[in-house]
Design a protein around this ligand. Structure first.
Ligand code: NZQ
Ligand code: ZN
Length: 387
């Protein structure tokens, strides 16, 4: 194992009705900036419950709606101005990963003299933040219990992740009931996203990691067992509950203990969605099997474990390579069976766009990826195969 430190300060409230505990978690808050997206929180019931809880606690609300999926830095800058002008003393995100990621930028940006994009790009370091709270309504990113945020600069068509200890939510409220209104496409995207987060951590080259590996395999198996049932029955709260919990565990640091994740496919996908504004996990569903085929010769035993322990494939009569390729096909079929897209051309992306994607993916730090370092040629091959 790699040496590691683990610290996660987010207090998690999970289950039906937990939003009633918002006041105790936000104790001492006088005025909060409530950040949300395009209005799904009114259909899911989250909005009414949050407003009621805040009123009871006599916390004044300043609403900031309109956070777009793939949240934009221009919107975050406007919200920072609003937070300062209205002198809020906390930020509350209600929604999916986009609302939460934007709220992280707002909480950090409101307390910093530097522009938030300079913080995203690592040109400035945050030294403080407004306290951040979240009510999650979509199972996918894990942003509710991690220090990551992904913002898009619409002026330069750049989409980058950034990370700061100051960006951890102080408390996050996860009620499966609010996720029952997530439509089929975003339910599937969420499932693909959380599975991809596990793969990004599972495909590592560190030795002697059976505890972390088995945890990852267990969470993957639970998602695989639950996902088809949920897609067939979107209002089943037990299935929603399982998927909601899985999304948090997939990216709250637990599955990174002692290993070094890869994150190459996320890097390529962020280049694609920076240029084409497609849903993050639609891009992952398309790209991940092609990344896998490109690197399947690295650490053959990991692929065998995935095939046999997680996907339940029969190894008899097959060598490691055959089993690896069968596992990758199995995954691509599984995602397609749920309704995920499988080709970039489904989004109008073709050969003419390949070089722009490669350039964007390489722009920040050159070759990337831990499981196998990808050069521009590798990225070109993966993207071409995904067209
Ligand atoms: O805007 P509203 O009206 O709320 O609608 C949203 C949006 O259209 C809707 N939605 C959310 N909850 C709903 C609902 N619709 C009905 N019922 C509900 N209960 O779903 C749509 C997508 O929402 P969004 O927040 O964009 O989705 P997601 O949670 O997948 O977040 C995606 C963003 O997170 C980033 C992605 O790149 C993308 O920008 N990521 C963040 C990560 C992190 N912070 O750790 C890691 C991820 O890898 C990812 O990159
Ligand atoms: Zn992701």
């Amino acid at each position: 194992m790699q040496n590691f430190r683990y610290y996660n300060p987010t207090r998690l409230y999970f289950g039906r009705g937990v939003v009633e505990h918002l006041p105790e978690a936000m104790n001492g808050t006088r005025r909060v900036l409530m950040v949300y997206g395009g209005g799904s929180i009114k259909r899911s019931g989250a909005y009414d419950d949050v407003v009621q809880a805040l009123r009871q606690a006599e916390i004044e609300m300043v609403e900031f709606p309109g956070i777009e999926p793939n949240p934009r830095v221009g919107t975050v800058r406007r919200a920072i101005q609003e937070a300062r002008a209205r002198e809020v003393d906390a930020v509350l995100a209600v929604g999916g990963g986009s609302a939460i990621d934007a709220a992280k930028g707002i909480a950090v940006g409101a307390k910093s003299e530097a522009d938030i994009w300079d913080i995203v790009m690592g040109r400035a370091e945050p030294a403080s933040a407004l306290p951040l709270y979240t009510v999650l309504t979509l199972a996918a990113t894990g942003s509710e219990m991690n220090k990551n945020s992904v913002l898009t600069n619409e002026a330069t068509a750049e989409k980058y992740g950034w990370s700061s200890e100051w960006a951890y939510p102080r408390a996050s409220f996860l009620d499966p009931y609010y996720t029952r209104t997530v439509p089929k496409d975003h339910t599937v995207y969420g499932i693909v996203d959380m599975m991809s987060h596990i793969f990004e951590q599972y495909f590592h080259t560190v030795d002697n990691t059976p505890v972390t590996d088995r945890q990852a395999e267990g969470v993957l198996a639970a998602i695989i067992e639950t996902a088809p049932k949920l897609v067939a029955n979107l209002e089943d709260l037990k299935l929603r509950e399982t998927i909601l919990f899985a999304g948090t565990v997939a990216l709250n640091g637990t599955l990174s203990m002692g290993v070094i994740g890869d994150w190459a496919t996320h890097n390529i996908e962020h280049a694609v969605s920076a240029l084409f504004d497609i849903p993050h996990a639609a891009g992952l569903a398309i790209l991940f099997p092609h990344w896998m085929r490109h690197v399947h010769h690295v650490r053959p035993k990991r692929w065998v474990n995935l095939a046999t322990r997680v996907f339940g494939l029969d190894p008899s009569g097959k060598d490691d390579e055959e089993l690896a390729l069968e596992a990758i096909d199995w995954l691509a079929d599984f995602w397609r069976g749920l309704g995920a897209p499988s080709r970039l051309s489904d989004f109008g992306i073709g050969e003419a766009h390949v070089e722009a994607i490669v350039e964007k993916a390489m722009a920040r730090r050159g070759p990337f990826g831990q499981f196998k370092t990808l050069t521009a040629d590798d990225v070109r091959t993966i993207v071409r195969n995904a067209l």
